[in-house]
Design a protein around this ligand. Structure first.
Ligand code: IVH
Length: 699
């Protein structure tokens, strides 16, 4: 995909475009929110460059095309060598053209490229004197930057001492990982501050804040290693003559953070095709990375090639950024809707002026909860930053406050449940209708009857509405008391449909406990958590007898979640009793209950964690990820059924691939997860191979 250029028609429009781009870049590099999102900025700069091509005599001195980008922040520490920016390409064709021009400059085809992630943070130079970290300097205008040495000790990947007493400068990007960003915003709002809009702003704001009473950690990944004036001449010579890949290995060996420690390490590629393969691989795992990237950086790896290609004033000629589509765009918040979910949670949803992010038109985005709206000080009519990566639900990050006109209106919170008019329980951050799951009975019953829960054929949402409207069903257990006459009395219910529905309901009574539990819609649990709880406790009685400590023995259940699940089960007790009385199965086949805790007065008083009930099978001890469409004997299985199969065969199912994954079952159309498995060297199986492996466990 190529980002089209802005069209500039005359000198006045050109001057205005330059002014707009300079302002946006200044805000960006100062860590504020630019009034333009990345795509809009790139388009504008391309338009400026197009116009300058046709009017070389009229180029303005501060044009963003002719100097170090974002040179607005004045600093007082000169850089020994300018900190350059990078030129961009947006497609395979543009990249190929760039390699051709590189080959012309170098005098031969380049056959060693270093390819790695373009980290979305802030450039920083870290000076080490005899192995000790003495100074941190921002890029500033590229020739001099701000001294931010106060951040020493708070940046992972920039140790205060290197493994060897060398004098060097490590250059790289400071950023916040997703977890660091969330932590930073918690701490900041806890101190009464406004939350940061995104990890990049958070890193910028944190790095430049001198007198904070609290510190929050950040992360550094190096992409350059160079000598300082007082570096030992032999080492200086070695650094200047080394390939980029060797420099990065050296930096990592000294203890600095580099991309080698991430899921997307820099690699060396020998051909354009290999580079493009790596671009695709990195793009495929982008949404799952724990830090933001906005592209891929490709560099001529060998020092000799770099030196022959040389540097421009703004960017080196031996490196290029292959930009990925922006995952953040600015648009307007026009309305906030309040929707009641099946458990009674009242969730705000942002209605947006449609905006295309990475190829999809986004009209709605999640807003988390009312407290979050207040914390972010969002208003109707605001320009907001919207984030969407991969399949993740788009979310509103923050208002772009300096684009306010004064016409923005406060967001009105509901005082009564928007669905049934009952009071609202506002005691937790997520508001809930006082009627709880009874408020949206139709949604909760339709969910319970769904394919991955009780799997009751013929009981779709329309039929549920009919049953509820006719007063035949007031909770899930009522389904099991329905009789033939009642059903025949409904519109469009003939004998066959009635008998089929009754058979479906009868069959649902035999579902394993995991599915019954899931059908109950316990807040804080979904399909996979319900399976883990059911396997762990084996019977509903054991689940109900569990206190928060016992609940925490279940894999993936922390204190908060345990508290919520136990409270939910108490709330659901009458319904569970009614379901048990109706004959619904309350045991998990193949699971054994955990041993009872030692009675008081026995044992040595130390808590013994309950044994985790794990099935024995060909996948025992394995963490398995299923991705893509299943074929062959597994074709009809839903993702949930595949996960159930994995667990019956002794494995643990997971949705994300990591170094700890044992096996990835990759069906048709598998993309990012397969790429990640290949890259991490995780074992892959086709659906057919997997079917053979678990043949004895298919039902
Ligand atoms: S190399 C002389 N490698 O992107 C070459 N830069 O938009 C300088 N960046 O100024 C940069 N990840 O702050 C390089 N792997 C990477 C990078 C990277 C992020 C930043 C860097 C640069 C900016 C250009």
């Amino acid at each position: 995909m190529t980002t089209p250029s802005a069209v500039i028609v005359d000198a006045a429009a050109y001057a205005q475009a330059v002014e707009e781009a300079v302002g946006a870049a200044a805000a960006y590099y100062a860590g504020g929110t630019s009034p333009l999102d990345d795509d809009a900025y790139d388009r504008l700069v391309r338009g400026i460059a197009d116009w300058e091509d046709g009017h070389p005599g009229e180029v303005l001195p501060d044009s963003p095309t002719g100097k170090v980008a974002g040179g607005a922040v004045e600093g007082d520490v000169p850089h020994t060598v300018p900190m350059l920016s990078l030129d961009n390409v947006f497609s395979a064709e543009e990249f190929t053209a760039w390699t051709a021009s590189l080959a012309r400059r170098v005098g031969h085809e380049v056959t060693r490229f270093s390819v790695g992630p373009k980290l979305d943070g802030l450039a920083i130079a870290a000076r080490y004197q005899e192995g000790r970290l003495t100074r941190l300097i921002t890029r500033g205008d590229g020739t001099a930057g701000e001294d931010v040495s106060h951040a020493i000790g708070t940046v992972e990947g920039l140790p205060e001492r290197l493994a060897e007493p060398v004098t060097v400068e490590v250059r790289g990007e400071v950023l916040m990982t997703t977890a660091q960003f969330e932590h930073a915003n918690e701490v900041r709002t806890g101190h009464g501050g406004q939350p940061f809009a995104n990890p990049r702003n958070a890193a910028a704001g944190t790095l430049r804040a001198k007198d904070r009473v609290y510190t929050v950690p950040m992360t550094f990944f190096g992409y350059g290693l160079l000598p300082l004036p007082d570096t030992d001449p032999e080492l200086a010579e070695r650094l200047t003559a080394s390939a980029h890949s060797d420099l990065m290995a050296l930096a990592a060996g000294l203890g600095a953070g580099t991309s080698a420690a991430t899921a997307v390490p820099d690699i060396v590629a020998e051909t354009v095709e290999q580079v493009l393969d790596r671009v695709r691989e990195i793009a495929a795992v982008r949404a799952e990375l724990p830090f933001g990237i906005d592209g891929i950086v490709i560099k001529a790896d060998l020092a000799a090639d770099q030196q022959t290609a040389g540097n421009g004033t703004r960017a080196p000629r031996w490196a290029i950024a292959y930009k990925l589509p922006a995952v953040e765009k600015i648009t307007r918040l026009t309305e906030v809707e309040w929707n009641v979910g099946r458990t009674g949670i009242i969730a705000p949803r942002a209605v947006l002026e449609p905006v295309v992010i990475d190829g999809s038109t986004i009209t709605y985005a999640t807003l988390h909860n009312p407290a979050d709206i207040t914390r972010r000080d969002l208003r109707l009519g605001d320009h907001v930053m919207v984030h969407r990566a991969g399949d993740v639900i788009p979310r509103v990050e923050a208002p772009v406050a300096h684009l306010r006109t004064g016409d923005e209106q406060p967001i009105v919170f509901p005082e009564q449940c928007p669905r049934c008019g009952s009071d609202i329980d506002t005691s937790e951050e997520r508001w809930r209708c006082a009627q709880g799951r009874n408020c949206h009975l139709v949604a909760s019953l339709a969910y319970a009857a769904g394919r991955d829960q009780l799997d009751i054929e013929g009981l779709g949402a329309t039929r549920v509405v009919q049953l509820v409207d006719a007063g035949l069903v007031a909770d899930l257990a009522d389904l099991f008391a329905l009789d033939r006459e009642q059903l025949l009395g409904l519109d469009r219910m003939g004998e066959t449909s009635t008998d089929n529905l009754l058979a479906g309901i009868a069959k649902a009574k035999e579902q394993p406990l995991a599915r019954v539990l899931c059908a109950l819609g316990v807040r804080g649990t979904g399909r996979s958590m319900s399976r883990r709880i059911a396997r762990h406790f084996a019977t509903m009685d054991h689940i109900r007898a569990a206190d928060t400590d016992a609940m925490q023995q279940v894999d993936g259940v922390g204190t908060e979640k345990a508290r919520m699940i136990v409270a939910e089960l108490t709330e659901l007790a009458p319904l569970i009793d009614k379901l048990t009385a109706a004959g619904v199965n309350m045991t998990e086949p193949g699971a054994t209950p955990p041993p009872a805790p030692a009675p008081d007065g026995e044992g040595d008083g130390t808590a013994v964690p309950a044994a985790v009930a794990v099935a024995e099978g060909p996948l025992t001890g394995m963490k398995v990820v299923v991705t893509g469409a299943m074929t062959g004997p597994l074709e009809k299985l839903s993702r949930n059924e595949m996960n159930e199969l994995v667990e019956r065969a002794g494995g643990r199912s997971s949705s994300s691939v990591s170094a700890r994954t044992s096996l990835v079952v990759a069906g048709e159309g598998a993309g990012a997860k397969r790429a990640k498995a290949e890259q991490l060297g995780v074992r892959l199986a086709t659906p057919d191979e997997f079917a053979v492996l678990v043949a004895g466990f298919l039902v």
